[in-house]
Design a protein around this ligand. Structure first.
Ligand code: GLA
Length: 731
């Protein structure tokens, strides 16, 4: 067996780490075990007797880490090897291994066997790097861990490096595998959907075999979200039970494989989708996988999402987002569609400012020859017929009303009817001689090409330097097809899937560095690009093009399982809406208040009563938004389960709490169910301030114990009724 090479620095680190209790990463050389500790969880891995790195434990914190025995290989069965049955930390495809591998490689001479063993390590206070190496070849794989103690989250990324003298081909490159305790029955929770029906929560038992969640569409997509939660079969609810959860930070083709092996080992492998994946690495080259985040709690799905929300707000979102609440946004799309011009936008701006809007966004239609969705994408100059004086007078006007100015862009796309396409028909993703399938009359620019990337970046820099723009709504309204990149060698063409996304990230990162006050919303025909990779680069995400309030309850409920209410953009729009449904304006406003509020209605059609109610609602939201956006969310009643939906938010200092409650339809004169609050201090008193007369409890001041145990009753009646109560802790 190969000795562990620690070196002088390693020894020094070891001494320092053993001495300092605050360290979240520790190595015990005697047992060859690493301990990754968060506030409430432990993640343990070790080097086994064959020098392989294997998973030992992931779950509730075990402070007595002396209890853990060294890692050792499983026992063999007739048709399996010990390695194949062991919970390896990063199994490559080689030897007798039949579960989903993390890495699959082909060498030029045809060898496809790869077996990774421990090589070296590096430890800091909250990071660990373990380097693995193939038993024969110079293929080095560095597993990087970062521990986020306050959020009970661990990040895994993997660097794969070719230190051989020949090129090699990666056929699958995953970010890692999360192993669940062996031998239990589990349930999977995941988010699925489609355009206008994104992020809906599904739950099902994990049975033997594989469940695959993925995108093959070029971006994250609304078909599924790169997030999972797993609980012991049926044992967890919002408040109780063991929940293991995870998410990928990648905005391109991704894949999660949830597998229950024949030996009752449940594992989740995630990373780049290996479908149509082929990534050559020349000697000296390295590929880094997306980040794969994982966490654990024994306090149910509610705490799992609160941990994710805090983690996203404090460790994922751009740094400036931490000190900025999301402004109340108005978007002109549903009022004017493509028919934008200065007077019409100014008229809307007057009305929006009148109800307290803080950010006015002009949507599609302002550029190129963009009169409908058949032309103009790619030509990012201001349309001279619609804006003969440019955008400056409109922007001045909007700012004079005390609002910020935002603009819609879709930089990754081109309409064949555009100057750009006429000049550069080769700039789109395509296979020569094959159809160029259009989606919404547009084609996808090949951002993997350096010249295309430079054009997109330069167009945005020109736009942002000529106009005083505070915010971009960055859209992407189709998925990939015919994903060819004919300008590079056939062996390199499939790098497109990865390099497109890396270049998109690069454009966003450089724009943000150049315009530090610029804020961005990620939109892809609705919630098609929401993941922890894009959320590092944007302040907010468009949840769904479906703004019908009742449908939104389900979409938003699912969204909050994985993503923070602060990034969840919710608009109030007009009725009748999708499904031919009409709901009261108050109901629509309160549903929008479950996240960050926008208004997308046609204000030209609103009555005086509508404006009066909207002003009241906007003022109310301003009073509670710090709690909604920065506080802890408790999903008290889910739209998946009954007629009542209720969400409660508690500010981080515990001083304010907000309840939002919705009744779908009353039947048989039945009263609405009692609502039991959560997250309060039993021994504190709270002053109740109701926005209407629906609260049936008489006292103005009630104790936390009463609110959480006796609960509150509301006179919610008819269809689509709603209410909200604010609780202020009394000194
Ligand atoms: C997409 C967006 C909409 C709107 C239109 C504009 O569909 O999701 O909100 O911006 O594009 O064309």
């Amino acid at each position: 067996m190969k000795p562990i090479r620690l070196g002088l620095l390693g020894l020094f680190i070891l001494i320092v780490t053993s001495a300092g209790m605050a360290q979240s990463v520790r190595f015990d050389p005697a047992r060859k075990l690493w301990f990754l500790s968060t506030r409430s969880t432990s993640y343990v891995l070790g080097i086994n007797e064959e020098n392989g790195v294997q998973h030992v434990y992931w779950g509730k914190r075990v402070a007595a880490d002396g209890d853990f025995a060294p890692a050792h290989l499983a026992s063999a069965y007739g048709f399996e090897t010990r390695e194949g049955l062991t919970a390896e930390e990063y199994p490559a495809w080689g030897g007798m291994r039949y579960a989903e591998p993390c890495l699959k490689v082909t060498f030029p001479e045809g060898n496809r066997d790869l077996v990774l063993n421990y090589d070296s390590q590096k430890i800091s206070a909250d990071t660990l790097e373990i380097t693995l190496k193939d038993i024969r070849y110079g293929v080095f794989v560095t597993l990087s861990y970062r521990v986020f103690p306050r959020f009970d989250v661990i990040e895994k990324t993997v660097g794969i490096e070719n230190r051989t003298k020949q090129p090699l081909l990666l056929e699958s490159a995953q970010s890692g595998v999360w192993h669940l305790p062996q031998g239990q029955r589990y349930r999977l929770s995941y988010l699925h959907g489609f355009w206008a029906g994104e992020t809906r929560l599904a739950q099902e038992p994990i049975d033997p075999g594989k469940k695959i969640l993925e995108s093959r569409r070029g971006n994250t997509s609304g078909q599924a979200s790169p997030w999972f939660a797993i609980d012991a079969l049926g044992a967890a609810d919002e408040e109780h039970g063991n929940v293991w959860f995870g998410a990928l930070g990648w905005s391109g083709n991704w894949k999660l494989v949830i597998e229950d092996t024949p030996y009752d080992q449940v594992r989740v492998v995630g990373g780049f989708n290996d479908f149509d994946f082929s990534y050559p690495l020349k000697p000296g080259e390295r590929l880094t996988t997306p980040a794969f985040y994982g966490g654990y709690t024994d306090l149910g799905f509610g705490e799992a999402s609160r941990l994710m929300h805090r983690f996203e707000r404090e460790a994922i979102l751009p740094a400036r987002s931490a000190d900025h609440l999301r402004p109340i946004l108005y978007n002109s799309w549903e009022a004017t569609y493509f028919n934008v011009n200065e007077p019409a936008q100014k008229a809307l701006a007057d009305k929006a400012a009148g109800i307290g809007v803080e950010l006015f966004v002009m949507d599609d239609g302002w550029f190129g020859q963009r009169n409908d969705d058949r032309a103009g994408l790619g030509d990012w100059y201001v349309n001279p017929q619609k804006f003969p004086n440019g955008l400056t007078p409109l922007i001045h006007y909007i700012k004079s009303k005390g609002m910020k100015f935002g603009l819609w862009v879709e930089p990754e796309m081109v309409n064949p009817k555009s100057d750009l396409y006429r000049k550069h028909p080769d700039w789109v993703i395509n296979f020569p001689g094959r159809p160029r399938t259009e989606g919404r009359n547009q084609l996808v620019l090949n951002l993997a090409r350096e010249d295309v990337k430079a054009y997109v970046f330069a167009s945005l820099v020109k736009l942002l330097s000529e106009n005083n723009i505070d915010f971009l709504k960055w859209d992407m309204n189709r998925h990939f097809s015919e994903p060819g990149w004919p300008e590079v060698a056939p062996a390199d063409q499939r790098k497109l899937w990865v390099n497109y996304v890396l270049n998109l990230y690069d454009i966003l990162d450089r724009l943000r560095a150049r315009y530090p006050n610029l804020e961005i919303e990620s939109c892809s025909g609705g919630g098609g690009r929401v993941d922890l990779g894009i959320l590092k680069r944007v302040e907010q995400a468009w949840t769904s093009d479906n703004t019908e309030a009742f449908d939104r309850l389900t979409i938003q409920d699912g969204f909050t399982h994985a993503y923070a209410p602060k990034v969840m953009m919710d608009w109030v729009t007009d009725v009748p809406n999708l499904n031919g449904r009409s709901t009261p304006l108050k109901y629509r406003f309160l549903i929008a208040m479950m996240g960050s509020v926008g208004i997308g209605a046609n204000l030209n059609r609103w009555s005086e009563q509508d404006f009066a109610l909207a002003s009241k609602m906007v003022a109310y939201y301003k009073a509670i938004r710090a709690t909604v956006q920065e506080g802890d969310l408790y999903r008290l009643a889910s739209p998946r389960e009954g007629e009542l939906t209720a969400s409660q938010y508690v500010s981080r200092d515990g001083q304010q709490s907000v309840l939002l409650a919705f009744l779908r339809s009353q039947q048989f004169l039945r009263p609405a169910p009692t609502i039991y609050l959560r997250g309060l201090d039993e021994n504190s008193n709270y002053r109740l301030i109701s926005i209407d007369d629906k609260l049936m409890e008489k006292g103005d001041v009630l104790s936390g114990a009463y609110l959480m145990n006796h609960g509150l009753n509301f006179n919610l009646t008819g269809d689509f009724d709603s209410t909200s109560v604010t609780l202020e802790r009394v000194k």
